[in-house]
Design a protein around this ligand. Sequence first.
Ligand code: ADE
Length: 246
Amino acid sequence: MRFDVVSIFPEYLAPLDLSLIGKARTEGLLELVVHDLRSYTADRHRTVDDTPYGGGAGMVMKPEPWAQALTDIAATSPAADGARPTLIVPAPAGEVFNQALAYELAQEKHLVFACGRYEGIDERVLEWAAEDYIVRPVSLGDYVLNGGEVAVLAMVEAIGRLIPGVVGNPESLIEESHSDGLLEYPVYTKPSSWRDREVPEVLLSGNHGKIAKFRREHQLRRTAERRPDLIDALDVSNFSKAERNV
Ligand code: ADE
């Protein structure tokens, strides 16, 4: 799988050299190229922004450097047989990123991330790019960041770890938060007694049935307390009567 990231702050993406994603790059499980948007400008000042038509605070990213960058990147896309790569535009006005979208995007051959800064990218770029890309504005959540770079760090990590081979033990992808629409159960390690707090006894029992029941109950309780919106989105017809009452 290939990722391209376009930004005026390529150094912001340096953490993608580290940890599991860095290792996956070294091992060739994923290819990731960061491009400096300013290298696609044609003027002496390497200008990437200008004042907004209609007035208002802040600056808007000019269309031409984006067009140059996106044309170059599309020309070398590994997406097969005329299939368009996906262009993700991180923005608070996008669809919300979640685990389901991470799974969907992990199936793609080529993802391109366009990091906006200031008040965003001239809207015509997104319309124009739809000829060569599937364009998806995506938001990390209902808050405003200074630009798309931090959102890209989060999305590349969430998507990249779903690529087969990136996470050493694939079992850990099955039991984690959001994999089944619920939050993860609480976890404990040694010592079994720590500062007068005991690990729940059932976890020391070796009884796998009871342990699974304990974990499931805690998943449901925790999700109901912290994220009632996730419970509302679940299909409870698959739940046992006891589970529906947790
Ligand atoms: N850029 C600025 N705010 C953002 C957000 N909430 N999500 C994604 N990209 C952003």
